[in-house]
Design a protein around this ligand. Structure first.
Ligand code: ASP
Length: 444
């Protein structure tokens, strides 16, 4: 059977002609890289603009009948420069001018935004000598503009069956009326994942500008090591807390069929990156934690009431206060006569006084207090289940640094330990835990 790799390249990997050259080297160095999914050109430096952002701007201006020539000319120049520097004979000017006319004539927001990927895929297909297949033919949305995964997979299978290679723009598809529909921002990751699962690829490569995930945030700890292997579930636990490298929804089409995802660095193609694998992947005992992530700014509402455990309906009444105020709850650690509800500050924001009043009325607690400055730190690792002493190591490390622990919660899957600490101790706590686990077992 032929091996198939689907490779998605993010915006920074295709930001200018130099990056296109790197991408071509990567694609041609493995003939199994057959289906390529590009994003729109991203930023070339910190002061630069993402093409998608500029396209949204064009749409915004056009929809208020404001001239958008200036913004559109920045977009045109980016694509023209790429074509010129790569010596492509493609008439990109004509394609750009057609797009501009459509925006002037009232093209939709999604159509306008999708043109960043559309243009980049046309250029990349020309440069690689691969077929261009428009995502509007493959990624199918229903009447309500919801992705129809079943139909999409069948369509991909039938269209790509006889194509040895193809470039397919990320981020969008079309509904049954033929209107262009985009995924949420960063959605080219989803396109790549859908194609990988439809063609039953051996691997889904996601090329970006970092060599995978770090064990801890590099803005907090110095030079953290990379995570070589992480399971889908562990990634969920970590991404919920930290900045995502990968669009969350891109895991789902892949997970059900167990295709591994490899996060790779276009600028350092020899780095192996991070492999995201099936949850049943055997544990690597050399590492008993996989990663540490954290988030600041949670509020804890602590309630005490003697005999609360015997009072039927107490928990329901408490939680319904949060539900009726449209607040999602993060954690609920409890003991026999006390319970804490942890919510993010952005959720409770202006509603805190009202929530406390309602809890007093419905739950009649002996006491109720709130603290607005809590951080949550998650230590994640599928190895914990079989390793003694992980929590002892974590708590000792925190105690040594004088970090006061205000809450502890361990998921029943033993995949993570979540610790609540004060915001002021956030960086200190992550660094202390990292120091404890930074060397893999067996290393010095
Ligand atoms: N270009 C789109 C965005 O900026 C989609 C993507 O990059 O994946 O959100």
């Amino acid at each position: 059977m032929k091996e198939v790799i689907v490779a998605k390249f993010g915006g920074s990997s295709l930001a200018d002609s130099k990056q296109f050259t790197k991408v071509k080297n990567i694609v041609t160095s493995d003939k199994n890289r057959r289906y390529i999914v590009p994003s729109a050109p991203g930023k070339r430096n910190n002061n630069d603009h993402k093409i998608t952002d500029l396209l949204y701007m064009c749409y915004q201006l056009a929809s208020h009948s404001i001239n958008f020539d200036e913004v559109f000319s920045i977009i045109s120049k980016r694509y023209m420069d790429i074509c010129k520097e790569l010596n492509l004979s493609l008439n990109i000017g004509e394609i750009l001018s057609n797009i501009k006319t459509k925006i002037q004539e009232g093209a939709t927001r999604d159509f306008t935004a999708s043109r960043g990927e559309y243009l980049n895929a046309i250029i990349l297909s020309e440069y690689l000598g691969y077929e261009f297949v428009d995502a509007s033919e493959l990624i199918l949305f229903d009447k309500e503009n919801k992705l129809n995964l079943e139909k999409t997979k069948l369509q991909i299978q039938s269209i790509l069956a006889n194509m040895p290679n193809a470039v397919i723009p990320g981020f969008y598809g079309a509904n049954i009326s033929g209107d262009i529909i985009t995924f949420s921002r960063g959605g080219s990751d989803i396109t790549g994942a859908i194609i990988a699962s439809a063609v039953n690829s051996q691997l889904y490569e996601n090329w970006t500008d970092v060599s995978g995930f770090y064990i801890a945030d590099p803005r907090i700890v110095n030079n953290p090591r990379n995570i070589d292997t992480i399971t889908y579930k562990e990634l969920r636990e970590l991404s919920y807390m930290g900045a995502p490298v990968l669009h969350e929804e891109s895991i789902f089409p892949i997970k059900s069929v167990g295709i591994p995802i490899n996060i790779r660095n276009t600028n350092q193609p020899d780095d192996p990156g991070t492999m995201i694998v099936n949850d049943s992947h055997p544990v690597n005992y050399a590492e008993n934690i996989t990663g540490i992530a954290g988030k600041k700014d949670f509020t804890v509402i602590s309630i005490e009431k003697t005999m609360m455990n015997e009072e039927k309906g107490f928990f329901r009444k408490l939680i319904s206060v949060f539900e009726s105020n449209d607040i999602s709850v993060e954690h609920i650690p409890s003991s026999i006569d006390s319970i804490s509800v942890i919510v993010s500050n952005s959720e409770i924001h202006t509603k805190l006084d009202k929530v406390i009043e309602e809890i007093k009325i419905y739950c009649k607690p002996d006491s109720i207090v709130s603290y607005p400055d809590m951080s949550l730190v998650a230590v994640v690792g599928r190895g914990m289940i079989n390793t003694k002493g992980t929590s002892a190591k974590i708590f000792t490390a925190l105690a040594k640094e004088g970090v006061n622990i205000r809450m502890i919660s361990q998921g029943s899957s033993e995949l993570n330990i979540i610790i609540g600490i004060g915001n002021k101790d956030f960086n200190k706590a992550i660094s202390a835990i990292y120091e404890e686990f930074k060397t893999k077992k067996g290393e010095k």
